[in-house]
Design a protein around this ligand. Structure first.
Ligand code: EPU
Length: 357
């Protein structure tokens, strides 16, 4: 294991915020984790798990021991008539893992191409895009309990997946009303994911319902696209709409898409007939947070060095550079101003998607 003191975190968060970790440990194997838990100085200290840093806002230096997950490895663990089961190390870059599965002839993750971050972070927030969520392709994961050092595995039901949600986002004592997770099941700060297994169903079927993808399919004049074509279209769509964190710091969608009751929606439609809304299977209505923010006039605006991306109002960006980057405080000031104006106009409270440290 490699331990660094007072390590800069700017290279490790896609927003590009300047912050430091008092203690930064690169974890390249399960043995490294056991070494941390056996170390007299590191073992008793609070820990903070860092993957690709694509879903965090740092509002200060990080005092807990940062465990930078770098466990690698991609392999087919099982093939049956009904599925390929593929395992990936938590430290694999998500997009590279998706590309690898396709290159090996195991389709199923193509709609999730180009999502920033690592494999280990993918179940934490149940990543999703273009009609597919991680939970639709998830088999199981391995993790280590940071308190006891014991390994354990979880299946999909035990992960308590919800919209951008899982047991890994909740504190152990927290009850999550409306989710499938019983009180006491939260694993935030308690477990570290080391490997994830995906179940890629056979025969492969394209998922095309999403408007942007349908448009691409019609333009290409293709009835039955291949997984590779869908992968390429998703990459194109994302590149056109979402800023590349290597060029412009950001953390993807900054707010979750809110849900409202049909009555609330009818009320809003009466005032704003153009509002983008999608009926959900449970009878609720999902609203596009990007549309709400856009409607409040925020697209392209900035507060200090925190900005609202000009092509997608749901993405907040870093308008600073290098050491003169945006601060986490500035980002949260902009986020609060957006929340206030959306609440004042629509009566809806937007909930941030990234983890705010
Ligand atoms: N819209 C606007 N103005 C904007 C942005 C969006 O009017 O500035 C409208 C669009 O025209 C569209 C609707 O809002 O009708 C939805 O926009 P989009 O298709 O871009 O998707 P989204 O709901 O904003 C979600 C996910 C993305 C995911 C895409 C594609 C969340 C919070 N975000 O965005 O996930 O890539 O759908 O499936 O659920 C992420 O989580 O970081 C992320 C990027």
């Amino acid at each position: 294991m490699v331990v660094e003191k007072n390590a800069p975190l700017q290279p490790w968060n896609t927003f590009g915020i300047v912050a430091r970790a008092q203690t930064f440990v690169r974890v390249r194997s399960v043995a490294d984790l056991h070494a941390v838990l056996a170390d007299p100085e590191l073992a008793p200290a609070p820990k903070w798990v860092l993957g690709g840093g694509s879903n965090i806002i740092l509002t200060g230096d990080v005092k807990p021991v940062v465990l930078k997950m770098e466990i690698k490895g991609l392999r087919l663990v099982q093939e049956t008539d009904r599925a390929w089961i593929v395992e990936a190390g938590a430290g694999e870059v998500w997009h590279d893992a998706v590309a690898w599965t396709l290159a090996q002839g195991f389709p199923g993750l193509e709609n999730l191409a180009l999502i920033p971050g690592t494999v280990g972070a993918s179940p934490v927030q149940n990543i999703g895009a273009y009609g597919v969520e991680l939970q639709d392709r998830f088999a199981s994961l391995d993790a280590i309990d940071l308190a006891t050092g014991q390994s354990f595995s979880l299946d999909a039901a035990q992960c308590g997946f919800g919209y951008r949600d899982s047991v890994f986002k909740h504190a152990p004592s927290e009850s999550t009303d409306g989710s499938s997770m019983p009180r006491g099941m939260g694993l935030a700060g308690r477990a570290v994911i080391t490997h994830v297994r995906f179940r890629l169903p056979k025969p492969w079927k394209p998922v095309l319902g999403y408007l942007d993808l349908e448009r691409r399919r019609i333009e290409a004049g293709v009835d039955q696209p291949t997984a590779q074509q869908i992968f390429d279209w998703v990459c194109d769509i994302r590149r056109a709409k979402l800023p590349d964190p290597a060029v412009l710091g950001n953390a993807g969608s900054f707010f979750k898409n809110p849900t409202v009751t049909p009555e609330q929606c009818t009320d809003i439609i009466a005032r704003d007939p153009k509002i983008v809304h999608y009926p959900m299977p449970d009878g609720s209505i999902k609203l596009a947070a990007g549309w709400l923010i856009d409607a409040c006039g925020w697209k392209g605006k900035s507060v200090g060095k925190a900005g609202v991306y000009e092509k997608q109002a749901l993405v907040l960006v870093n308008r600073g550079h290098g050491q003169d980057s945006v601060t986490g405080g500035e980002v949260m000031t902009l986020a609060k101003a957006i929340q206030t104006s959306v609440y004042e106009r629509f009566g809806i409270r937007l909930e941030p998607e990234p983890v705010v440290w």
